[in-house]
Design a protein around this ligand. Sequence first.
Ligand code: PGA
Length: 252
Amino acid sequence: MTKKIIAGNWKQNGTLKSSVRLTKSIISALDKKRCKHEIIIFPPSIYFLPIQDLITKKKIKLGSQNVSAYANGAFTGEISATMLRDLKVNYCLVGHSERRHVINETESILSHKVTRLLENNINIVYCIGETLKEYKAKKTKIILRQQIQRFIKSNENNLRIKPKRIILAYEPVWAIGTGLVPTIYELNKIFSFIRATLNKLDNRYSSIKILYGGSVTPDNASKLMETNHMDGLLIGGSSLISKKFIDICSTI
Ligand code: PGA
């Protein structure tokens, strides 16, 4: 069985108590089930320390949902990549649709975030995906090509040196939190397209893993994983309930 990546994005949910409880129940279930996959959790950053204490020496990796586009300094409220490194954060999300479309982060901001993370040797889960309007207008490939090219071009030299630090996550905006998912036929076409686009840019990018995210549940996870070139899943809602998250880990 090839090792997949199962990532849980907790978003802005939970309390200190519930986050610790969720972490503990994931740890104990994983210990019992001997899950072979790489597990990454993305809790709210204010809870990193107690969670980091629990997962040290466990196979679970810690990810941040966000990072400042700037190095340290007068940027009130921001958390720098250096601070993430200080807490031994292994991964960071960049370009999630909620940050692109709700917080209005531009490609330029995303590019600065990527630079800061690479400077600090933090792995990046870079999210791409089309909106419902773009999907209906059959513009998915155009949008994905643009997003991939802008991402790679804006940090080309760094990324050529560190392609292993990058994971792409294809998350159609219309599938996030809606219960809708693309068909396997659509996903096969899209994942082949993403892989081909990366290879065309540079064959060193063949090591970049590609995840799927958007309304993943224990019921659809194993079917989704039949998609060619899919290296794992980025899970939102279902990662907040330990049983669902663990069920997904064990079904694939
Ligand atoms: P969802 O979210 O699983 O709740 O659809 C996925 C994500 O936003 O990463």
